[in-house]
Design a protein around this ligand. Structure first.
Ligand SMILES: C[C@](O)(CO)[C@H](O)COP(=O)(O)OP(=O)(O)OC[C@H]1O[C@@H](n2ccc(N)nc2=O)[C@H](O)[C@@H]1O
Ligand SMILES: Nc1ncnc2c1ncn2[C@@H]1O[C@H](COP(=O)(O)OP(=O)(O)OP(=O)(O)O)[C@@H](O)[C@H]1O
Length: 332
């Protein structure tokens, strides 16, 4: 047996040393984009967004423990899809560790272990979750007590989705998705996620979105595409906690690009709709498909239908909203 878990830390770490924790575990949710309005490509290569994020209850768990200075920072991974997760310094979790250590002028010598349940390269912000989790876990392990605003700044440097992985719940992401405004959610939503066999690269999907716009003759730059705006009807549906209203207002501007790169997703979406989903859409940049269900029973029926039709590698049910990155264990 390992040492007993201590308290659930609400972000009040002890200073490192005699009575600081020797390991910290953080749980971080996946996300689905209930609206993803994509503006024109900016000069820096990013697209302006109105990105309505909803955190869903599929989680990665990130555990950090001190490593010796000769060992240096390292990452290991268990769980789903681990062979697709890079184990070098390009891993987003290690990049988060480096960024926090640099900010505090300390050495980044930790072992980061990722227990992965969020599909890799699935459009559900798995890597972003690991970055946000590693950041919060190291802040607790090192007792650095970084103010929330600074943690969010570091998150934004690491990736557009990373700030939302830290906050969870529901939020409107503007700019390239990193400028967050929290949103109210009035109930629980039931989802099914069809995990595809391979992944889709996020930059490739944005590029395909631009290519399709160019082909239509509308252009793909900032002046060519309308400014993205959050849909008032969608925000009202979230506030009301009403799945039918939400279903009627879901949208994803990246969906045509994801379908263009992976046409088989059309069939996956159709199977879920036929099985009773209120709505079906590609999650973010895909290829995971998301199905909104009326209730838990309908969600499990849809999951069974997706598995029986053999249109995905796995069908997972989950509810939203879910809390953001949370310290769940600290061992002394
Ligand atoms: C598709 C979404 O997951 C929706 O939430 C996000 O927009 C992607 O967020 P992310 O994976 O954190 O993306 P980043 O790591 O910031 O950027 C990866 C690449 O995606 C493209 N990218 C990303 C965000 C954005 N607003 N415009 C973009 O064009 C750019 O090519 C960028 O180089
Ligand atoms: N900790 C990590 N976990 C998963 N992938 C990682 C990680 N660090 C770096 N990566 C790289 O990032 C790529 C995208 O993985 P990720 O799971 O974040 O995709 P995604 O869910 O589609 O992202 P998003 O929804 O934010 O666009 C992977 O192919 C992998 O090479």
């Amino acid at each position: 047996m390992s040492a007993p878990d201590t308290d659930r830390l609400p972000g009040s770490p002890a200073l490192p040393g005699a009575d600081g924790p020797t390991s910290v575990t953080v749980r971080v949710p996946a996300k689905v984009n209930v609206q993803l309005a994509v503006g024109g490509r900016r000069p820096d290569g990013f697209h302006g967004l109105a990105n309505v994020f909803l955190a869903v209850g599929l989680y990665d768990e990130i555990t950090v423990t001190p490593a010796g200075p000769t060992e240096g920072p390292r990452v290991t991974c268990s769980g789903h899809d681990t062979h697709h997760v890079p184990l070098d310094r390009s891993n987003l979790a290690l990049r988060a560790v480096d960024a926090l250590a640099l900010r505090h002028g300390i050495s980044p010598d930790v072992h980061v272990h990722i227990d992965k349940d969020i599909p890799v390269a699935g459009g559900m912000a798995g890597g972003s979750a690991d970055a946000a989790g590693a950041l919060l876990a190291c802040d607790a392990l090192w007792g650095t007590r970084t103010p929330r605003e600074e943690l969010l700044e570091i998150c934004a440097e690491l990736g557009s989705d990373v700030p939302f992985s830290l906050t969870g719940g529901a939020a409107l992401g503007q700019g390239r998705g990193e400028v967050l405004t929290p949103l109210e959610v009035g109930g629980t939503f039931h989802w099914v996620f069809a995990v595809a066999d391979g992944g889709l690269s996020t930059p490739a999907v944005y590029r395909e979105c631009d290519r399709l716009r160019e082909r239509r003759g509308t252009g793909s730059g900032v002046g060519d595409v309308p400014e993205p705006e959050a849909s008032p009807a969608l925000l009202a549906a979230l506030r009301a906690g009403d799945p039918r209203l939400l279903a009627a207002n879901l949208s994803n501007d990246l969906q045509p690009a994801a379908l263009s790169l992976l046409p088989s997703l059309d069939e996956t979406l159709a199977v879920g709709r036929e099985a009773g989903a209120l709505a079906a859409l590609v999650s973010g940049s895909g290829p995971t498909c998301a199905f909104l269900a009326e209730d838990a029973v309908s969600a499990s029926d849809i999951a069974v239908a997706l598995r029986d039709a053999d249109v995905c590698r796995a069908a997972r049910t989950a509810t939203s909203p879910a809390p953001g990155a949370t310290v769940v264990r600290a061992k002394l």
